[in-house]
Design a protein around this ligand. Structure first.
Ligand code: NAD
Length: 350
């Protein structure tokens, strides 16, 4: 079974001014503009505000990682006080998360302007933090109506963040290829995205202003996000969710460190998917190929380097096996402890 969500995508370079027209298509005339207040995005947020002009009735710049409900409630009171009828968000997955959290509570339409490669803008999934616990839900009301990708907005994303965010996208396609829900449509998107990521990451590492590489990676992020929204994910995403939620590790960096190890764990049970990934990446072996790609572009390779304590590895293995979920290979506490040990030390997978 394959279902495609009803979302509209505008993709290009210099598309930011088109957001106004897209708000109009959704019959919006009272916009709440959302951002995370980061200085790195201030200029682009100003340009967006100018482009929207008199449509903006309120602004909220407090979006935060993992979408805490307290933050959502503050923004919600602005929606009500200012009678906003459309949400426009500019930023990474954290700002998109806030727009989704507001949309699911108000049914307001969303126009998302992504500035990273996380892919949340094309999924009907929302992860929120309630009393320190991350809770995930999925609903058609969460899927943004419109996405405006402007490649130029990603030019300022520092190389280190571009690398980890790009590997976050790669993780979506790897797990889509061995998902029990995979379809010919998600397979095609995933393989196209994997090849594009393998080409674009070294290119933009060597020249961060390479607009073609940026465009290729942003397009791959769109495809990868669509896979993430369409099929269930396995061990890798659950493990990163656990490490982020329980130990406060940064989202995209954690994905980057864990991916080659989660792939090595699953490889014996998903040989066909691994062969297809290896071919798309142009390498003989998928898990080591991904590890080498991350090294080539200077990405993080160890959980130790991300600040995780070795003493927490056991608890992480226990948490990650606490609830069963679909995965190509059976999950054992021992197997996960070994995987996490390798990831903590930053060893090249065997
Ligand atoms: P983020 O949105 O937290 O952004 C990270 C940092 O990068 C922030 O400081 C931000 O201001 C800065 N930044 C963003 N774009 C920039 C740019 N172009 N130039 C310079 N700085 C920039 O990080 P993220 O990795 O995009 O998103 C992570 C969050 O998204 C997590 O909470 C994760 O759970 C969620 N997520 C959700 C889904 C989903 O489908 N629900 C999918 C992927 C990620």
């Amino acid at each position: 079974m394959h279902t495609t969500g009803p979302s509209r995508v505008v993709f290009g370079a210099g598309t930011l001014p088109r957001v106004r027209e897209e708000v109009g298509r959704l019959d919006g005339s009272r916009v709440l503009l959302l951002s995370d207040g980061s200085p790195a995005l201030r200029k682009d947020t100003e340009r967006l505000r100018e482009a929207l002009g008199d449509l903006v009735v309120a602004e909220f710049d407090g979006a935060a990682m993992h979408t805490p409900v307290e933050v959502t409630e503050q923004a919600l009171s602005l929606v009500r006080d200012r009678r906003a009828d459309c949400l426009v968000a500019i930023g990474g997955g954290s700002t998109t998360g806030l727009a989704k959290a507001l949309a699911v509570r108000t049914d307001l339409p969303q126009v998302i302007v992504p500035t990273t490669y996380a892919g949340s803008e094309v999924t009907p999934v929302l992860g929120e933090t309630v009393d320190g616990r991350k809770v995930t839900r999925s609903s058609p009301a969460i899927l943004p109506e419109t996405v405006v990708y402007d490649v130029e907005l990603t030019l300022g994303l520092p190389v280190a963040m571009s690398v980890t965010s790009g590997v976050n996208a790669l993780a979506h396609v790897v797990e889509a290829l061995y998902s029990p829900d995979a379809t010919p449509v998600t397979d095609a998107m995933a393989l196209e995205a994997a090849a594009a990521i393998a080409r674009a990451l070294p290119a933009l590492h060597d020249d961060p202003s390479d607009l073609e590489a940026r465009a290729e990676l942003l397009q791959a992020a769109w495809l990868a996000g669509t896979c993430l929204g369409a099929v269930g994910m396995g061990l890798h995403h659950k493990l990163c969710h656990t490490l982020g939620g329980a130990f406060g590790l940064p989202h995209a960096d954690t994905h980057t460190v864990v991916l080659p190890h989660a792939m090595a764990y699953n490889a014996p049970a998903a040989p066909e998917a691994m062969d297809r990934i290896a071919r798309a990446l142009g390498v003989p072996d998928a898990p080591t190929g991904v590890f080498d790609l991350i090294c080539r572009v200077g990405g993080p390779t160890s959980l130790r380097g991300l600040g995780m304590a070795e003493a927490d590895l056991d608890r992480a293995a226990e948490l990650a096996t606490a609830q069963p979920y679909p995965n190509p290979r059976e999950l054992t506490r021992r197997g996960l402890a070994d995987l996490l040990g390798d990831a903590w030390h930053g060893r090249r997978p065997q």
